[in-house]
Design a protein around this ligand. Structure first.
Ligand code: PFF
Length: 449
């Protein structure tokens, strides 16, 4: 008998844990800032509804119906087609590659958490604090220590299984994350940058919104819900058949979006209150924010809370990818959970070492477009593997899978949700694939806008 989540709440926390990651707390606020603030937020909401949510529902359907790992799911649903079975492998490969470099970045959050707890930022001038980031990424020993610590935490969570490991961890991690985030947003509202921060995030300045911003919104709606990396298919395979797909999926999309917006409301007012720039990249979190924390009242406590929040977000996302790999070894290779988790953790750990040494020992190695190893892997996964995977999943559920199965899944065996099914079916057939295809072709330069 396959293991199942102990309750709907447990499943939602785990899936939200996967969805809420560095994408929400770092990337969303930053791309919002660059694309006209509130106008971008509106477009992003539409992208979630037309692209992210429908594909999330498709992944839930595939996972819940097959009750298998990501490779097994496609084998089970379309046993005769070699081509469609390969989607499972593509998802699995994406999970492996993404986890290998994400664990390195997640390791940085642990290092910063340690630094803020031990008060390492206090008494340093802004330049020194900003320099600490360079010192960290170019120190091979520290990089390996961080990666080891982070993968160790993932291992502990996944090895104990669905209910006793992943669900239990997320039941603690997620509510704590929400609590810290709301506290920080509340604090941010008391600072002098509150109005400017609110305006920056919420005022829709359509003149700053470009077609690229729209494409960015679609691409991000996709990454932020952990789609096309097997996570949602695997998690849904532990869903009870009588847990409905649509109500659960919409809650997850809503909570994920809420966290992204509150993260922006927590970060920007604080940044503005000390007159700093919201310009970003990794710098916003690892360079700008620590400088801000060093200058404001209770900054030490806030810094520790913020990096704890970031570490929790990264950990709950990484756990979901390690589970994709572990479930594959259990279902397809018949390993027991302990052996499967240990083998996969070691494999990811070894694969993560080149990324960890990207800016030190291996800094001379440039793989794609002159980028270091870590950046190259992120480029290939985010720009190729995820859009192609998502496009294939949309086409698969829209056109390839038996419509009877698909309809029965979304309408919960005809017990309701018929209108939802009709809207969803149209979207997954015609809107989501076209949107993803346009993003993909533009990113690789085939369409020039
Ligand atoms: N949904 C995640 C995010 O927004 O950060 C994406 C993700 C990245 C999930 C890495 C899992 C992961 F290991």
């Amino acid at each position: 008998m396959r293991n199942h989540w102990s309750s709907r709440f447990g499943f939602i926390m785990a899936a939200v844990g996967s969805a809420v990651g560095l994408g929400n707390i770092w990337k969303f606020p930053y791309i919002t800032g660059m694309n006209g603030g509130g106008a971008f937020v509106l477009v992003y909401l539409v992208a979630i509804l037309c692209c992210g949510l429908p594909i999330l529902m498709a992944e839930f359907l595939i996972g819940r119906h097959s009750q298998k790992d990501v490779v097994g799911a496609f084998n089970e649903l379309t046993p005769k087609s070699k081509f469609w079975k390969s989607i499972g492998w593509l998802n699995l490969a994406a999970a492996f590659i993404i986890l290998s470099y994400y664990a390195v970045v997640a390791g940085w959050t642990l290092d910063y958490l340690f630094k803020s707890i031990t008060g390492s930022f206090a008494g340093h001038d802004p330049k020194e604090i900003s320099g600490m980031f360079g010192t960290l990424v170019t120190d091979p020993v520290r990089q390996i220590v961080c990666l080891t610590a982070f993968m160790g935490l993932c291992l502990i969570a996944v090895i104990s299984g669905i209910k006793k490991g992943i669900e239990r961890w997320n039941r603690v991690l997620m509510p704590t994350l929400f609590g810290i985030l709301i506290f920080m947003a509340g604090y941010a509202m008391t600072t002098s940058g509150a109005m400017e921060g609110l305006k920056f995030m919420l005022y829709p300045d359509f003149s700053k919104l470009t077609i690229n911003g729209v494409l960015e919104a679609i691409g991000h709606s996709f990454f932020t819900l952990s789609l096309a990396m097997g996570a949602m298919i695997t998690y849904a395979s532990y869903m009870d058949k009588n847990e409905p797909i649509y109500p659960v999926a919409i809650r997850i999309a809503f909570l994920d979006t809420l966290v992204a917006i509150i993260a922006g409301l927590a970060i920007f007012p604080i940044v503005f209150s000390v007159g700093m720039e919201p310009t970003g990249g990794p710098g916003l979190i690892f360079k700008t924010l620590p400088q801000v924390f060093a200058t404001i009242p209770f900054g030490g406590v806030l810094a520790a809370l913020f990096f704890l929040l970031l570490a929790f977000a990264a950990l709950s996302s990484a756990i979901s990818l390690l589970e994709v790999l572990t479930a594959f070894m259990i279902d397809e290779k018949k390993y027991d959970r302990k052996k499967a988790t240990i083998c996969m953790t070691i494999a990811v750990y070894l694969a993560g070492i080149p990324s960890a040494l990207s800016y030190s020992t291996f800094a001379h190695i440039k793989l794609v477009k002159g980028m270091e190893i870590l950046d190259s892997l992120d480029y290939v996964a985010s720009n190729f593997m995820l859009p192609i995977g998502g496009l294939l999943i949309a086409i698969y559920t829209g056109f390839i899978l038996d419509k009877k199965i698909v309809k029965a899944e979304i309408t919960e065996d005809g017990s309701g949700y018929l209108t939802i099914f009709n809207i969803w079916f149209f979207t997954i057939r015609y809107i989501a694939p076209v949107a993803v295809l346009v993003v993909f072709l533009t990113k690789i330069g085939v369409i020039k806008l």
